[in-house]
Ligand binder design. Structure first.
Ligand code: GLN
Length: 314
């Protein structure tokens, strides 16, 4: 659709919701984190916030959910702020082509994770942002960052999810210990995992999440406050990583269908950036085979089609 025609985003979201309504409940809710297994699989919410301040929303867009790996976009932003391009000595920038919690490449590649969005990479990012701080300070900093970006002091960590991840996160403990064995973590494994589990357990709704991601759609400047969060260059680079690695081994498929940078979480949320236009968040708990929201991905495919938003040309 040409830019000259104003888009009725609210009508588009309602249309998407109506089309997906008969399919609500499809996909498989993540059950390896017990509190996530209890979420109603028929939940569906979606919000679009444009860089000029319009908000459209539909369904359960105001109900908080566990943002899980979407938080990795924001911890990456903090790590880049603290250490700049030095972080790339510790973590790569290539798509993994493997599951989000895979350990295989770590052994082959000397304990250096492929990218900051797979679990091993995000655990390394937690280690990097711990430099000079206690886990408690860093967890507080991440929550304050989310509140500042979303302009909403209600955002909190869900303590039951954090505890549950701590109690059942054996694969993440394996990844962290494996990297530690390669001499690749600077802090005790329990501290690093404490930070990682807590940021994954942040609860937000679609509107809060879309607002928080808006700086990435607006060249690093949070358009609602006018604050520069990151440079234009850095926003572009974070978007590039979201596009190439944000959906794990489903990243190519997401780029093919949606054509916009996005980051998923096993809670069923996806954050998407339409540069120069808007930030979008969708939530539907049922996942596809790659651990990405099944109906959320479909909803974004429909939105991209209806709006014409794409990083690959009109
Ligand atoms: N906390 C989850 C885990 O570590 C995050 C995974 C995800 O959202 N893909 O397994």
């Amino acid at each position: 659709m040409p830019d000259t025609q104003p888009l009725d985003l609210q009508a588009i979201l309602q249309e998407i919701h109506a089309k997906l309504e008969p399919r609500l409940g499809e996909g498989k809710v993540a059950d390896y984190i017990p509190p996530l297994a209890r979420i109603d699989p028929r939940k569906f919410g979606m919000a679009v916030v444009t860089i000029d301040g319009q908000t459209a929303m539909v369904g359960d867009a105001l109900e908080p959910f566990s943002i899980q790996s979407i938080s990795k976009v924001f911890t990456l932003t903090l790590a880049l702020g603290k250490h700049g391009e030095n972080i790339w000595k510790r973590v790569g920038r290539e798509p993994s082509g493997s599951a989000f919690n895979s350990i295989v490449q770590l052994e082959q590649e000397g304990g250096k994770p492929r990218n900051p969005f797979i679990n091993a990479g995000a655990i390394t990012i937690s280690d990097l942002i711990l430099a000079g701080h206690t886990p408690r300070e860093v967890i507080g900093e991440i929550v304050r960052f989310m509140r500042y970006l979303a302009n909403d002091d209600e955002i909190v960590i869900d303590p039951a999810v954090a505890r549950s991840e701590e109690a059942t996160g054996f694969r993440n403990a394996a990844l962290a210990n494996f990297m530690r064995a390669f001499g690749r973590l600077d802090h005790p494994v329990e501290h690093v995992l404490g930070v990682y589990f807590h940021h994954c357990a942040i609860a937000m709704n679609c509107v809060q999440l879309a607002r928080a991601g808006l700086f990435l759609a607006n060249a690093g400047v949070a358009p609602l406050s006018g604050h520069t969060v990151v440079s234009r260059e850095r926003a572009k680079r974070i978007n590039a990583l979201m596009l190439t690695c944000g959906h794990y081994d489903g990243s190519g498929d997401f780029a093919y269908h949606v054509g916009l940078p996005g980051k998923s979480g096993v809670g069923g949320g996806i954050l998407v950036v339409a540069p120069g236009k808007a930030s979008i968040a969708v939530w539907s708990p049922g996942l596809n085979q790659n651990g990405n929201s099944l109906l959320g991905s479909l909803a974004l495919d429909m939105l991209a089609h209806r709006t014409g938003w794409s990083v690959f040309g009109a």
